[in-house]
Design a binder for this molecule. Structure first.
Ligand code: GLN
Length: 453
């Protein structure tokens, strides 16, 4: 398919923070050697992938796109990246992202905005690749990397996948180890693959998933053979359409693509049923309490002592060093989240905000449980709009947060959810559709995705 692209080369996309061609070449050589010896290459054998710069990579700078981690070179490898190397993959480089994975447009990175390879028809304006996994979406959409890792706390795999016309799946919470992944909101963070199609996502997820004793929330479950289980025949399957997702402010063309998605699933043999997720409208505000609360706690470790940046003014004491380092090291959005998080966790406000948000989280999960008594998977838009020009929303955090309105409910409930490309709109920009599945039913999600793609 043709892109409306004005971006010719990788440097203009700014998708990578560092490149590691030797790593990718070594994996290709290893695959060649194995092939020559008649050995199994591994399911990712020789495949060069992009690694979101939120995964710790031994000997390669890991920044979370923040100044505070600039120059931090881990002595250890994240479990997910290690699993990918064990499966034969190699690394093209560390991909740009929103700082600490906080954002929906890839404009909060210390290392600059990431460009989408897509352009509106007849316009040269640089478009957002989505966020926070915007380096991943941009590199895969531009065909620089066949696949990339992403992480999704409240939509950061699915929204950028939708904005750039690629696939991305967030598995059930606990499928992929969080060990060695820079923490944002630990009860929500999940790694997942981003790739051109459902098949590649299935293969890569198999390589990434699996129990890890180093992550206390890791699922003690075998990894299914998702690729072998792919089947676009949905006969006997019921797909739920949540009526509360028909929200004001959703683009007409998105609603049209949702209708089209129902048709495709019907053609694949599924029955479409109406379901209700009554607490949907509370999910986004609850997310923007829970996620910053956890972030404010997780980010306390960046003190100028242990990692990366240290700002030690002349004659300063320890407190001054903390303050100076954090003032210089964190970007505005990160500071906003820390302020919100510490506020909602403070003694006087904890019950009014944090406890309430946790109650809403339970209600959102219960909504899904009830809906899944009537259907096997849920079909919804991934985002309320298509991609927008860089710079158009970053003065307006609330509108930016609204981008995740369809993504966060599945995050709060820990459910597997995928975005698959559906169509392009009248501006020539891609639109994605989202499939949300029952806990542990990545297979059902992938299969419905296969029927749509
Ligand atoms: N855009 C959301 C946020 O800023 C989600 C980010 C994510 O999933 N990492 O919090």
């Amino acid at each position: 398919e043709a892109f409306n692209t004005a971006v010719a080369d990788a440097a203009e996309l700014n998708a990578f923070i560092v490149t590691t061609p030797d790593h990718a070449l070594a994996a290709a050589d290893a695959a060649d050697a194995k092939r020559a010896r008649g050995e199994d290459l591994g399911i990712m054998g020789g495949v060069p992938i992009g690694m979101k710069d939120l995964f710790a990579t031994r000997g390669v700078q890991t920044t979370a796109a923040s100044h505070i981690l600039e120059g931090f070179t881990p002595e250890y490898e994240s479990t997910v990246s290690q699993k990918l190397w064990d499966a034969g993959a190699g690394m093209l480089g560390k991909l740009n992202l929103d700082q600490f994975a906080m954002g929906s447009s890839n404009e909060t990175s210390y290392f600059g905005n990431v460009n989408s390879p897509w352009r509106k028809e007849g316009s040269n304006a640089a478009m957002s690749p989505g966020g926070s996994s915007g380096g991943s979406s941009s590199a895969v959409a531009a065909r620089i990397a066949p696949a990339a890792t992403g992480t999704d706390t409240g939509g950061s795999i699915r929204q950028p996948a939708a904005f750039t016309g690629i696939c991305g799946i967030k598995p059930t919470y606990g499928r992929c180890s969080r060990w060695g992944v820079v923490a944002f909101a630990s009860s929500l963070d999940q790694a997942g693959p981003m790739a051109r199609n459902v098949e590649d996502c299935a293969i890569m997820l198999e390589a990434m998933a699996g129990f890890d004793p180093k992550d206390a929330t890791s699922l003690q479950m075998d990894v299914p053979t998702w690729e072998a289980g792919l089947d676009a025949d949905l006969k006997g399957k019921k797909i739920g359409i949540p009526k509360e997702y028909r929200m004001d402010g959703t683009d007409e063309e998105i609603l049209k693509s949702w209708e089209q998605g129902k048709e495709w699933l019907r053609d694949a043999g599924a029955t479409i049923v109406d379901v209700s997720l009554p607490h949907t409208k509370y999910a986004l505000p609850a997310y923007y309490i829970v996620a910053p609360a956890e972030a404010s706690s997780n980010l306390a470790r960046y003190d100028g002592v242990r990692y990366g940046l240290r700002d030690l003014p002349d004659g300063a004491g320890l407190q001054d060093m903390y303050a100076a380092t954090r003032a210089a090291g964190f970007g505005d959005e990160v500071k906003r989240r820390i302020l919100i998080g510490t506020y909602v966790l403070s003694a006087g406000f904890y019950d009014a905000y944090y406890t309430q948000a946790q109650k809403i989280r339970t209600l959102v999960s219960q909504d899904f449980e009830k809906a899944f008594a009537q259907c096997d998977a849920i079909l919804a838009p991934t985002t309320p709009t298509a991609s927008f020009p860089l710079g158009s929303l970053n003065e307006d955090p609330l509108t930016m947060y609204l981008n995740d309105v369809f993504a966060v409910p599945a995050s709060l409930a820990g459910l597997p959810a995928m975005s698959v490309p559906a169509t392009v709109n009248s501006d020539g920009l891609p639109l994605g559709l989202q499939i949300v599945g029952k806990p542990f039913d990545e297979q059902g999600v992938l299969n419905a995705g296969l029927a749509i793609q």
